[in-house]
Design a protein around this ligand. Structure first.
Ligand SMILES: Cc1cc2nc3c(=O)[nH]c(=O)nc-3n(C[C@H](O)[C@H](O)[C@H](O)COP(=O)(O)OP(=O)(O)OC[C@H]3O[C@@H](n4cnc5c(N)ncnc54)[C@H](O)[C@@H]3O)c2cc1C
Length: 400
């Protein structure tokens, strides 16, 4: 008997994992997920877990809000969760320009339906976050309902949900190409373990999405860069239930509570993009010094753990959600592409919901995806969209 599926998903990260669950729950039929390694072994298990609805444009506000609602409702829906913990999130303004842009952003977010985001002055921010230095910043935008997930627990949550929905997860099975009919329709997926007949495919891949696309003739300008996360030793000031997370947006540095200590993460804008897992200790010292300016009690805390991993990004920091379009503009009918652009914890469930909608029905009600497809990029990988203003500092191109 032929190996057949009603939907094949490439990649068992948080995007492919949750999309497969949504598609199976929608009754698409037989869903197969092919994963070249093990579920979650890409970016999804290594993230810092920051989740915010404070997006930079209305679509990313919606994706963040939808994802937080999803995380909050997981127990009821799946009997398990991704460990979402509401801590609040302050996006710090350091310069005049940060404050101007931040106040404008709050107005946009409120107009987009995020009623509970507000501006905090420096004094109000320090009153809320006692470990925050009182000088060197101008307060920032703040929302109570933002927080973080536990990334390994999220991998566990979607893996359990996949199993409960009857999704067929095939680990150690690499996607190697697509089979198409003479009219361009998808008729099968080639893998390292043989061909799966199907008329629907969802391509994900996180930091490897570009390579996944190249296997079927797509040019996906999705990049990969080093991102580093460190956790400092416990301190009594952090041994509390709740203290808001902070993003020093100009420096691309963020921090949050973690097991009685402080977790902080950064991407170095001066670094060449590419796959990188080694730790740059000089950068660690620089970002640690910057952190100590804002959180003075961290100055003497020892390092508890540190890791570097490859993060996905797009040139405009926005997700890719659209049909598989070849460089000549022709479509591979039945194939779709989904990428969270380095925001897979905060937008992941929303991106996965949209991806499942597109793969099953060709449309979605969640956000307007008209501009989010591959056709927004030129041959050099430059986007015609303005970048999402709240993002880590990655290059504006992810070309060859
Ligand atoms: C250190 C770090 C910190 C981060 N912190 C945050 C954060 O705080 N908040 C946030 O929102 N986001 C964060 N991110 C980003 C987030 O983790 C990613 O955006 C998200 O995990 C991407 O999910 P994905 O499913 O697209 O990709 P992945 O999780 O990478 O999954 C893609 C999967 O595809 C598989 N694959 C690749 N090629 C093939 C093939 N040919 N055949 C079959 N399978 C294939 C890979 O093995 C992988 O398992 C962070 C990332 C890193 C690295």
């Amino acid at each position: 008997m032929a190996d057949r599926a009603d939907l094949v998903v490439v990649g068992a990260g948080t995007i492919g994992g949750w999309a497969s669950v949504f598609a199976a729950a929608d009754g698409v039929g037989r869903v197969v997920v092919v994963e070249q390694g093990l579920a979650g072994m890409g970016a999804s298990s290594r993230a810092a877990g920051i989740v915010r609805a404070q997006g930079g444009i209305p679509a990313t506000v919606t994706l963040g809000r939808w994802s937080i609602d999803f995380y909050n409702g997981q127990w009821a829906a799946y009997g398990t969760d991704s460990g979402f913990r509401e801590l609040g999130y302050l996006i710090l303004a350091v310069t005049d320009e940060d404050e101007r842009a931040g106040r404008e952003r709050v107005a946009m977010q409120r107009a987009a339906g995020l009623a509970d985001v507000r501006w905090l002055t420096a004094d109000e921010a320090v009153a809320l976050i006692p470990t925050l230095a009182s000088d060197g910043h101008r307060g920032g935008s703040y929302r109570d309902g933002d927080g973080h997930v536990d990334p390994p627990r999220n991998v566990r949550a979607y893996s359990l949900a996949m199993q409960a929905c009857g999704v067929d997860l095939r680990e150690r099975t690499a996607f190697t190409g697509l089979r198409t009919a003479s009219d361009g329709r998808v008729i099968g997926v080639e893998t390292s373990a043989g061909v799966i007949e199907t008329e629907r495919v969802l391509l994900t891949g996180g930091p490897s999405l570009r390579a996944v696309g190249a296997l079927c003739g797509l040019r996906i300008p999705s990049g990969a860069a080093r991102h580093t996360v460190a956790v400092l030793e416990p301190h009594e000031a952090f041994a509390i239930e709740r203290q808001p997370m902070v993003f020093d947006i100009g420096a691309g540095l963020y921090w949050r509570l973690e097991e009685g200590g402080l977790l902080f993460g950064w991407s170095d804008p001066d670094e060449q993009p590419g796959e990188a897992r080694a730790i740059d200790l000089a950068a660690y010292e620089r970002y640690r010094a910057r952190l100590a300016e804002f959180v003075p009690i961290t100055r003497d805390l020892g390092l508890r753990k540190i890791w570097a991993a490859t993060i996905d990004y797009t040139p405009d920091h926005l997700p890719i959600l659209g049909p598989a379009m070849r460089p000549d503009g022709s479509l591979i009918d039945g194939a779709w592409v989904a990428a969270a652009a380095g925001h897979g914890m905060m937008w992941g469930p929303g991106v996965a919901r949209v991806a499942a909608d597109l793969a099953l029905r060709g449309r979605t009600e969640l956000i307007d995806v008209t501009d989010l497809g591959l056709d927004r990029f030129d041959a050099q990988g430059r986007s015609r969209l303005d970048p999402d203003p709240i993002a880590l500092p990655y290059p504006r191109v992810a070309g060859d």
